[in-house]
Design a protein around this ligand. Structure first.
Ligand code: SAH
Length: 245
């Protein structure tokens, strides 16, 4: 990473009220290098420019820390982590979190695992699988403190995939773009159906770029009915309370 890239990362983080230690900065530098290498093999990201990777992956991932929902000694699953976002930036910034990056694509999870080892992030335990299956395993169903998610699906889909994984009192922290009334409404209804409640809708702008983002928090209030999640693929194809366009 160039000195300009590092300065951009620090400026972006500062806008989110985060200060990076020299060790954290050097982990981001290493992550940047590994991501570019991995991208040649695996197509992990469409972004090629340093500025874009720093702002749209690193700083954007760090914005999940807004509102302090990811503080403390928590078990956090990153649903649909892809190349490790937001899981890896969160693991760098918050060593006390136990982070489980989940993706259905094995080669992506292999990359995340190798990268976590190289960066010395021993708080990261990657997992291959679909959220629909993982949500039925006793080790995960109603076990997690948080599910975090970025850029995977519409809110009602995320609610159906995430709420079965959360313990009562746990929270889904979904980082979305600009959120329409309809998507929010469907998300609220889906949350009620799965025994959760939308407790926060926090619109903000991405540092430096100004792109619109919304952090949505859904709190799990009771046990999710056994019929959820529906079988593989159904949550995304027939989202609850939502006509996909
Ligand atoms: N969160 C990452 C990747 C977004 S792309 C980022 O912000 O960059 C969406 C990813 O979600 C893909 O890698 C896809 O494999 C994964 N995914 C989609 N549906 C899934 C499901 N039901 N279970 C597990 N992973 C899923």
């Amino acid at each position: 990473m160039t000195p300009e890239g590092l300065a951009l990362l620090q400026d972006g983080a500062r806008e989110l009220a985060l200060e990076l230690t020299p060790e954290q900065l050097s982990k981001f530098e290493e992550l940047y290098t590994l991501l570019l290498e991995g991208n040649n093999r695996l197509n992990l990201t469409a972004l090629r420019q340093e500025r874009d990777i720093v702002l749209k992956h690193f700083v954007d991932s760090l914005s999940c820390l807004r509102g302090g929902h990811l503080g403390g000694d928590l078990r956090v699953l990153d649903l649909g982590t892809g190349g490790g976002f937001p899981a890896l930036p969160l693991a760098i910034m918050r060593p006390e979190l136990q982070i489980i990056p989940l993706d259905s694509t094995r080669k992506k999870i292999d990359f995340v695992r190798e990268t976590a080892v190289t960066l010395g992030l021993d708080n990261v335990t990657p997992l291959v699988g679909r959220a629909e299956q993982i949500g039925r395993l006793p080790d995960y169903r109603e076990q997690l403190d948080r599910v975090v998610v970025r850029a995977v699906a519409a809110l009602p889909v995320l609610v159906e995939l995430a709420l079965p994984l959360l313990r009562v009192g746990g929270q889904l922290v979904a980082q979305k773009g600009a959120l329409g009334e309809e998507e929010l409404g469907a998300g609220q209804q889906a949350a009620r159906e799965l025994r959760g409640q939308v407790t926060e809708v926090d619109p903000f702008r991405l540092p430096i770029l100004g792109d619109e983002r919304t952090l949505v928090v859904v709190r799990k209030e009771g046990r999710t009915p056994e019929k959820y999640p529906r079988r593989e693929g159904v949550p995304a194809v027939q989202p609850l309370f939502w006509k996909a366009k």
